[in-house]
Design a protein around this ligand. Structure first.
Ligand SMILES: CC(C)(COP(=O)(O)OP(=O)(O)OC[C@H]1O[C@@H](n2cnc3c(N)ncnc32)[C@H](O)[C@@H]1OP(=O)(O)O)[C@@H](O)C(=O)NCCC(=O)NCCS
Length: 203
């Protein structure tokens, strides 16, 4: 379904026991690594290509505003995945990151700091290849080291991400009519029986 036809509604998900989340491993030929100083440009390129920003400059300035001075935490909590030169013939992209995700943290509702899945994105040409779950798994495994519970903020247009987060045990947070509408839209797109059942029982 073309994303532009989907009504954009912000939604939230919560994980009551992140340490019980499953693990997904990367397919052969792909590598993962932590953030290193200088990765800002790679991050901005990936997040812009994935549609999270309109330009690399906008992405870069967002990165600087949110993360400047937090390089040590990024080194622990920000991940990249990529494809090794042996499996990737396109030399421009071989050994370079093609996806990124963070196992970050925050206080989303004033009830205290918990883990947060943050800034998940894969370059479009690498989407749909089974990399989304292993990528999110890196961030989830990171959260397990620091937190017992977790949350994430997303939107109806990111339905692929939502489908993945459901597999890790994240559950919808429904606080008002708008979020209820958002989850109805997501259920209509994903057609995932456990989500439909959950919404029937809670709304
Ligand atoms: C989120 C993201 C990293 C997921 O990676 P991906 O490679 O696209 O993920 P997949 O193609 O494996 O799709 C994930 C699931 O979404 C579902 N899905 C994919 N396309 C779908 C469609 N057209 N309709 C309904 N469900 C669909 C499927 O269940 C799929 O998994 P499965 O095929 O193994 O069952 C990637 O889509 C991305 O970078 N998106 C843009 C940025 C973004 O939305 N980030 C998340 C913000 S919270």
């Amino acid at each position: 379904m073309p994303e532009r036809r989907i009504e954009y509604i912000s939604v939230r998900m919560h994980h009551p026991a992140i340490r019980e989340a499953p693990v997904f491993t990367l397919p052969e030929g792909f590598f993962s690594r932590n953030y290193r100083p200088g990765d800002e440009a790679e991050w901005a390129g990936i997040e812009t290509s994935a549609g999270e920003f309109d330009s690399r400059d906008e992405a870069r300035s967002h990165f600087d505003n949110e993360f400047a001075g937090r390089e040590d935490e990024l080194g622990e909590r920000c991940y990249f995945i990529g494809c090794g030169a042996r499996t990737m013939k396109d030399r421009a992209i071989a050994d370079r990151p093609i996806g990124t995700a963070m196992g970050w943290y925050g206080d989303c509702d004033g009830s205290g700091v918990t883990g947060r899945i943050h800034w998940v994105g894969i370059r479009p040409e690498f989407q749909g290849r089974g990399l989304g779950r292993p990528l999110v798994s890196l961030a989830v495994e990171c959260l397990k080291r620091f937190h017992k519970t977790a949350y994430l903020l997303t939107q109806t247009t990111s339905f692929r991400g939502v489908r993945i987060y459901l597999d890790f045990g994240f559950i919808p947070v429904i606080t008002d009519e708008e979020s209820k509408k958002g989850w109805r839209i997501l259920a209509g797109i994903l057609k995932y029986p456990p989500l439909e059942k959950y919404l029937q029982n809670t709304t």
